[in-house]
Design a protein around this ligand. Structure first.
Ligand code: KIV
Length: 266
C-alpha cells in the first residue's frame, strides 16, 4: 500500500486486489483518459483502460481495429490522472498470438507507461498459458479474460453467453484454474452463465471478476459508457446507473440556443 490520497484511499496494487477475495467485493470500471479516470477513481478499486475504447469512443464497430499505439495513447492519458485504483490495460487484438519475443515487447511497451500496473489478455487458446507464465516471470502482472472474447467477434459471428452446458462449464473452470496456476493475479469472466461463474469463483484462490456473469463473482466490471447511459448499444446485463445522455444534450442545446439568440455572452 502506498500513500493515502485526499479522500483517504490508499494506492491499490495487484496484491491488495488479491487480498479482497472473500472479504470485500471488487468494483471495477473502464476509463480511457485522464478526465474519466479522475472521475471514477474515488469509487472503484480497479480501472481498466479497455480496448472497448474502440467501440465506445472511437467509432469502430468492435475492438478489432484497436492497435497497440491506440492503447498506449489511452493508457498514458489515464495514467496521468494518477489513480489510487489499480490501473490495468488491455492487450489489443491478436498480439497475444505473436512470438514470445514480440508478445513480451508489446507488454513491455504498455507496462513502461508510468502508472500502468497490469495487463489484461483475452485468452482464447491453451497455447497462451505458458506465454502468460513467462510474462508474469518477467514482472508483468496479468489478468486473464475468459468466456466471451470480443476480440474474436469475426470468428464467433455474434456475441453470446458461455458455460451453460456441462462441457463448456468444465472447460471454463479448467481454464480459470490454469490461468491461476500460470500466475494470474485475477481472472475476468465475460457473459458466463451465473451458475458456472459461481463455481469458478469458488474454485479459484484469486479473485474472479465478472461482466454479465451474475452476482456470485468476487467483483463486477462494467463499461463506463453503459453505466452512464451513453453507449450506442447497451448490453442486457449492464445497468444504466445514471442516464447522462439527456442532460448532456440539453446543456449543448441550451448553449447553442443562447449563442443563436444573442444571449451569450451577456
Ligand atoms: O475492454 C473492455 O471494456 C473489456 C470489458 C470486459 C470490461 O474488456
Amino acid at each position: 500500500m502506498g500513500q493515502a490520497s485526499e479522500n483517504g484511499k490508499s494506492k491499490l496494487t495487484v496484491k491488495s486486489i488479491q487480498q479482497m477475495k472473500g472479504k470485500e467485493k471488487i468494483v471495477a470500471i473502464t476509463a480511457y483518459d485522464a478526465l474519466w479516470t479522475r472521475m471514477v477513481d474515488p469509487y472503484v478499486d480497479l480501472i481498466l483502460v479497455g480496448d472497448s475504447v474502440g467501440n465506445t469512443m472511437l467509432g469502430y464497430e468492435d475492438t478489432v481495429s484497436v492497435t497497440l499505439d491506440v492503447m498506449k495513447h489511452h493508457a498514458a492519458a489515464a495514467a496521468r490522472a494518477q489513480p489510487q485504483s489499480l490501473l490495468v490495460v488491455d492487450l489489443p487484438f491478436s498480439l497475444a498470438y505473436q512470438s514470445m519475443d514480440l508478445l513480451l515487447d508489446s507488454c513491455r511497451q504498455l507496462m513502461q507507461i508510468q502508472g500502468v500496473q497490469a495487463i489484461k489478455i483475452e485468452v482464447g487458446d491453451e497455447s497462451l498459458f505458458p506465454k502468460i507464465r513467462t510474462l508474469i516471470k518477467a514482472g508483468i502482472p496479468i489478468l486473464g479474460h475468459i468466456g466471451l472474447l470480443p476480440q474474436n467477434i469475426n470468428a464467433l459471428g455474434n456475441y453470446r453467453s458461455y458455460g451453460n452446458r456441462e462441457s463448456g462449464k468444465k472447460r471454463l473452470i479448467d481454464w480459470a484454474l490454469a490461468l491461476q496456476d500460470a500466475g494470474c493475479f485475477c481472472v475476468l469472466g465475460e457473459a458466463i452463465k451465473a451458475h458456472t461463474a459461481a463455481e469458478i469463483t469458488q474454485a479459484l484462490n484469486v479473485p474472479f471478476i465478472g461482466i454479465g456473469c451474475g452476482a456470485e463473482c468476487d467483483g463486477q466490471i462494467l463499461v463506463i459508457t453503459d453505466v452512464l447511459g451513453m453507449s450506442e448499444y447497451i448490453p442486457g446485463f449492464a445497468t444504466v446507473f445514471a442516464d447522462l445522455k439527456v442532460p448532456i444534450k440539453k446543456g449543448i442545446e441550451d448553449y447553442s440556443d443562447a449563442v443563436k439568440a444573442g444571449n451569450f455572452p451577456n
